[in-house]
Design a binder for this molecule. Sequence first.
Ligand code: GDP
Length: 328
Amino acid sequence: MFDFLKKKISGFVDKISGKKESTFPSSIKEERVKLTISTHVKSLFSNEIELGENDIRSALNDFELELLEGNVALAVAEQIKEELRRELIGKKVKKNELQQQITSMFFNSIKSIMLENTGIPIIEQLDEIKTRPIKIMFTGPNGSGKTTTIAKIANLLKKNNYSVVIAAADTFRAAAIEQMEFHGHALGIKVIKGKYGADPTSVAFDAVNHAKAHNIDIVLIDTAGRQETNLNLLNELKKMARVINPELKIYVGESIAGNSVIEQVGMFDKELKLDGLILTKLDCDTKGGTVISISKVTHVPVLYITIGQGYEDIEKFDGDKIARNIGI
Ligand code: GDP
């Protein structure tokens, strides 16, 4: 999943250690990365090198561009670059340990970025919520994996002995209701539906009433999505949130969508006050930058990641594990 970023770290190390020239678009010779002559001469007589600003400036600029290419958000790429710069300048590094040291600096940097907004997975939040039924509303664009993710959460809840009902309140997209019913049937979970074009809030309302009447613990509410943020949709979702008053509002977005998912989360959070994110399709994400940076930029914590199409392909977000996957 993080091959892209791993490759970029080794490229960065090669540039700093002088093995490879910078590809930063600059024809100015001085900007080229190779150790500056004085650093280079000193390093001939010692197995340690002390890196100066000039040794790493251009390599860091390259690295920042490469992080952006890997879907790391700008603010986060800048922070990583700054931290690496601060750590590296003036530091005596054993030549044969350069790779390991820089890798672990990068690891610490992204780990602290990811842990800034640690979320508590839904399943661990439920004990604290005393109301019944607990309503969880899922939002996000079409195709992001929202329906499948709701089924995965339903499966997780059921395995943890919660009773669940699903509201098929995406009454806009063709086949959304049938798809939800398909999952409900496979998991043995009741799905409350309306007609296509029906008011989604009324479908959610019916599901809440069903849960009250049958002592069901949790109502999972699917909602419509559009690829572009759409004012009507946001108003529809705000209305649902006002009427249903969900305990949790979750945004489901594809990690492969990069900056566009970050922008949309910002917009949805402004309008709806999100409680958490689920990032989907990390198994298809060859870059990995979104999962590193989304919480830092949006201040909305990632609660889960999904890694495949099966009901079990969901994991709670573990920043430490992700950092370790990239780091070493
Ligand atoms: P929705 O339109 O947001 O409800 O999206 P769906 O739940 O219908 O998912 C769209 C497609 O993405 C389906 O083919 C899902 O099987 C697939 N999908 C969902 N989550 C994942 C995931 O974590 N990994 C992969 N590879 N595919 C996924």
